[in-house]
Design a protein around this ligand. Structure first.
Ligand code: NAI
Ligand code: MG
Length: 366
């Protein structure tokens, strides 16, 4: 296969540790890959006032994929106070690197696989796909209301006389284009991964008009996949059943905010942030990262590297290395089962590096 060019951006805190400890797995698996390290994160905000420097953008855009560790974000006041003095008078705007990547590369599908990595109880294997670019997080979030926005709700006597500064409002924007590509992505993934079912988690009994619009589009995409079961469930019911009977789900698709919440719930069902991987995929590129952040409260070299290994497994899957991807997943299951060389969150006292080395040894032994 063609040599992959991979931009690796370790970022901040445990992002550095989990990335550097896991990267040797590419060699252990004999994957033809050119790894180029790049700079991203809070350090570059403090030095240059830019969390994703221009040279890093060049690297991302010239690579087949990006692997991100984690980045620290801080509230506005801290962000300004930590800038170099010459930038404080007119500070640059801080936009989270994760959001910059999703927007600039138009990565509309946030993919979060969840499976029984700990081997406790019934087997399950489902994937949440969160729409990343529109929905309730489109950015149309208002307080106080303008008169034109107020006029939209003034037909209702309950709202007509409430002052504009006593109401806030967020718009759930959904486009035909955005929904169609999300649904197609969901069914294509189900087909590739042999999932029997695609569930659209929405709220049709309350958000009646927008859900009816989405439903028509979902049903018309579903028609092209008659062999895959397709259903629409209320988001709250999906949350309940994900905890009670996770093995009943295959692919779950949802708009931005609903998907955000469900995908974190999925990480919880899987066993916590130490395990949860994610991919952000679009037509122009893709980037991969563990779901966890930079975890500044975790002691140095103590973080669980599994989420990063499973993220690399997702990346390998995306580029056709299915067997190598499976080997990583199996190695992690085996490490947990062995009860040896585990990090603190799994009841052990191994360092990040020790657990990572053990995982890589098992991958090599295959
Ligand atoms: P976090 O995910 O960094 O950590 C929350 C807690 O989860 C930790 O204190 C720890 O108890 C546990 N944890 C997370 N990853 C772990 C691992 N690999 N092994 C063992 N335990 C683990 O979330 P938090 O504390 O809310 O955010 C910290 C910083 O990370 C903030 O600056 C935040 O903005 C940033 N962040 C970045 C993300 C990204 O890069 N995509 C995502 C989430 C947060
Ligand atoms: Mg979240």
């Amino acid at each position: 296969m063609k040599k992959l060019k991979l931009a690796v951006l370790p970022g901040d805190g445990i992002g550095q540790e989990v990335t550097l400890s896991a990267i040797p797995v590419f060699d252990a698996l004999h994957i033809p890959v050119e790894i180029v390290f790049g700079e991203i994160g809070w350090e570059y905000w403090k030095q240059e006032g830019n969390v994703v420097p221009a040279r890093t953008w060049e690297l991302i855009k010239s690579s087949d994929a990006t692997l991100l560790g984690a980045v620290t974000s801080k509230p506005e006041r801290e962000a300004i106070n930590e800038l170099p003095i010459h930038l404080r008078a007119s500070p640059p705007k801080y936009v989270s690197p994760v959001i910059q990547l999703r927007q600039q590369l138009d990565l509309y599908a946030n993919v979060r696989p969840c499976f029984n990595v700990k081997g406790e109880g019934e087997e399950f294997n489902f994937t949440v796909i969160r729409e990343n670019t529109e929905g309730l997080y489109s950015g149309f979030d208002f307080y106080p209301l303008s008169d034109s926005l107020k006029s939209v709700i003034s037909d209702n006597p309950h709202w007509r006389n409430v002052p504009n500064d006593e109401i806030s409002c967020s718009l759930r924007i959904q486009s035909k284009h955005g929904l169609q590509r999300l649904f197609k992505f969901g069914f294509q993934l189900a087909e590739q991964k042999k999932y029997h079912r695609v569930t659209f988690a929405d709220k049709p009994n309350v958000l009646r008009k927008s859900s009816a619009f989405a439903r028509e589009l979902f049903e018309s995409v579903a028609k092209d996949y008659p062999h895959i079961e397709a259903d629409i469930l209320n988001i709250d019911a999906v949350a309940l059943w994900m905890v009670r009977r996770p093995y009943e789900f295959g692919v779950i698709v949802a708009e931005n905010m609903f998907g955000d919440i469900l995908s974190d719930l999925g990480a919880g069902v899987m066993g916590g942030l130490g395990f949860a991987p994610s991919a952000n995929i679009g037509e122009k590129g893709c980037y991969f990262e563990p779901v966890h952040g930079s975890a500044p409260r975790v002691q140095p070299n103590c973080a669980n590297p599994s989420a990063m290994f499973l993220t690399i497994a997702l990346l390998l899957d995306q580029f056709g290395y299915h067997q190598a991807s499976g080997q990583i997943k199996q190695a992690i299951k085996n490490v947990i089962k062995s009860g040896r060389h585990l990090t603190y969150d799994l009841g052990g006292d191994a360092s990040t590096q020790t657990m990572a080395n053990f995982i890589i040894n098992l991958v090599e032994l295959k």
